[in-house]
Design a protein around this ligand. Structure first.
Ligand SMILES: [Zn+2]
Length: 362
């Protein structure tokens, strides 16, 4: 099911704050396997299996980076702004889809052809303010009739496909790949319910991660778990343009466990927690890579700062070309991410020790 989940989730529309399509799918799947499913005011989906005292939370974000309609000119061309960490050079000459109240509208990101560019212009990336979306309309009125309004979310159209060696390529694998892992994990955990005596497992799909870890903040407050894991993706350095010593993470070597990210301004995971995760991975023979990342961060950071502090780290699927429409992962890494999360649940007693959980006291 993991690959099917991934294929489906990548195809769904869900720019930060407008995660509706992804949320509906996730909510339906969680409802099939969880004891309880709810959606909060921001749109986070929360599933729970088990009702023991020790609460473990897994969180994957549903939102994707994208664009939003900002202005429609009198000739029907649409100006937009970006949402989240969009690399502007990835936008030129793309097919896009706008999600409107009347349904989806397709268009293209147009720009000046090279024939009429000056020599100097051709050497430089085209700035965002010169890009626009052409939906085939001849006037602002036609754009409005199509249902397009200021604020409508826009994503690049990029169909997911497979390459040799179990490689999957698509858009929004950050973090729909994490959502696919979350759903596959739920499916497997629902079959081992009888083993979950003392624990409750929360499976959360968060919103607005790409724009400031917003959904995870409120959801961690609500659940108040004893320990939490963000299931996300992380960049690799195993392709031209990046040195191994700069980014040692590789495709096919297993999920990463984040020790530090954002040079410590993001997450610094508790030592005991990291040791417990390593112990669990080694006991269950799941490959893993320890990660110290200089840039970026995940929901784990904001979760760790909730209430009186919650031990948290991120377990990430290595992903090439992050934040592009052709993000690439190895399916075996996603499978091993499911396995590691599953092992964390079955070996929860090791986590209880790591976070000083004593039954009846916490
Ligand atoms: Zn992410």
């Amino acid at each position: 099911m993991l690959k099917e989940y991934m294929m489906k989730l990548s195809s769904l529309h869900g720019v930060s704050g407008r995660e509706h399509e992804a949320r509906e799918f996730v909510r339906e799947e969680l409802s099939r396997y969880c004891d309880e499913v709810s959606v909060d005011a921001l749109g986070n989906v929360i599933g729970r299996i088990g009702d023991g005292d020790f609460k473990i939370m897994f969180a994957a974000h549903m939102d994707e980076i994208g664009m939003v309609v900002r202005f429609v000119d009198k000739d029907g061309f649409i100006r937009f702004t970006t949402i989240g960490g969009v690399f502007e050079q990835n936008l030129l000459a793309r097919k896009v889809v706008i999600r409107t109240s009347k349904g989806k509208v397709y268009g293209v990101i147009g720009s000046k052809p090279p024939h009429i560019m000056k020599e100097e212009e051709r050497k430089k990336p085209v700035p965002l303010e010169e890009l626009f979306i052409d939906v085939g309309a001849r006037s602002r009125e036609e754009v409005e009739k199509m249902g397009i309004r200021v604020g409508d979310p826009v994503v690049i159209v990029s169909e997911i496909f497979e390459l040799p060696n179990g490689r999957i390529v698509g858009k929004a694998l950050d973090d729909r790949a994490g959502c696919a892992v979350l759903l596959e994990l739920v499916r497997r955990v629902s079959k081992m319910k009888s083993q979950l005596k003392d624990i409750s497992v929360y499976f959360v799909a968060t919103v607005q991660e790409e724009v400031g870890l917003k959904g995870a903040r409120v959801v961690a407050f609500k659940i108040n778990p004893h320990v939490a894991f963000a299931i996300d993706v992380c960049p690799t350095g195993d392709h031209p343009g990046v040195k191994e010593e700069d980014v040692p993470v590789k495709l096919g070597k297993g999920p990463t466990v984040t020790v530090v990210d954002g040079k410590g301004y993001g997450l610094i995971a508790p030592e005991n927690l990291i040791q417990a995760v390593i112990k669990i991975a080694e006991k269950k023979k799941v490959p893993y890579q320890l990660e110290v990342a200089e840039g970026g961060t995940t929901d784990a950071t904001i979760i760790s700062l909730t209430r009186e502090g919650i031990p948290a780290t991120a377990i990430s699927i290595p992903l090439r070309y992050v934040h592009s429409p052709v993000e690439m992962l190895a399916i075996e890494d996603a499978e091993n991410t499911v396995k590691l999360c599953e092992a964390i649940i079955t070996e929860a007693s090791l986590l209880m020790d790591a976070v000083n959980f004593r039954k009846g006291k916490n």
